[in-house]
Write a new protein. Structure first.
Length: 240
């Protein structure tokens, strides 16, 4: 079997405290396990020392002139993956929350052609991941999950997980069209509506090493209302 060409897309906005550690952890894992997970950091208009660190340590990266947010940053990575003919692209946070040891698990269904898209989930097996996020955020995730189930008939537990893997077909889809807002639940809903095989695999996640989450507490109500409306809109849209 031909060895898969794998790219880890790492969006980073003001991750000067985390990005070098994340990169070194991946490189160490590659060496110790004889794998080659290639890395591309998308520096999303950072205003701290993120770009200087990337440049100094010769970490592969693309810098966006303006901060586009998680959707624009991740799509940049998918465009790169599509143009350079990667077989699998993996979204991997630059804040230290994701564990590279679970990459092999989320790509396995794709390698075995049992899924087109795989989500790393904290909630399928809670024994695997000690970090579950706050009770309020878990409640929001359950509301998103229920709405997705209503419009697709599929049950997705960790609807906001940014630890995700895509095959060639999904890479092409996302390179052409990827939402700027609420990208994780919206894209998962769209893929399910289009008939793609979406799987969830239990993974462990850690608390953020440093910096600030992109979803602030004061935005939560606004976020929830808009993400639920976005999912419903995807649900009523017709796909060929």
């Amino acid at each position: 079997m031909k060895k898969k060409k794998i790219l880890m897309i790492i969006p980073a906005y003001n991750e000067e405290k985390n990005i070098l550690s994340v990169y070194h952890t991946i490189k160490k894992y590659n060496k110790e396990h004889n794998v080659n997970y290639e890395v591309l950091v998308i520096n999303d208009g950072s205003t701290d020392q993120t770009e200087s660190i990337l440049k100094e340590h010769q970490i592969p990266y693309i810098t966006l002139v303006h901060n586009l947010g998680i959707g624009g940053a991740v799509q940049t990575g998918y465009k790169y993956a599509y143009e350079h003919q990667y077989d699998i692209a993996i979204q991997f946070d630059g804040d230290g929350q994701h564990d590279v040891a679970f990459v092999k698990d989320i790509i396995k269904p794709i390698v075995e052609e049992k899924a087109d898209f795989v989500i790393g989930s904290r909630f399928i097996d809670k024994k695997v991941s000690k970090f579950q996020s706050t009770k309020a955020r878990q409640l929001g995730i359950r509301m998103i999950s229920a709405t997705m189930h209503l419009v697709t008939g599929a049950k997705i537990y960790d609807t906001t997980s940014g630890f995700r893997a895509a095959n060639v077909s999904i890479i092409k889809e996302f390179a052409k069209n990827y939402p700027l807002e609420y990208p994780e639940p919206v894209t998962t809903t769209e893929l399910l509506k289009k008939g793609y095989q979406v799987a969830e695999i239990p993974v462990s996640m850690n608390e953020r090493i440093g910096g600030v989450s992109s979803i602030r507490s004061w935005k939560n109500a606004y976020y929830m209302i808009n993400v639920l409306l976005s999912i419903i809109m995807v649900g009523v849209r017709r796909y060929k």
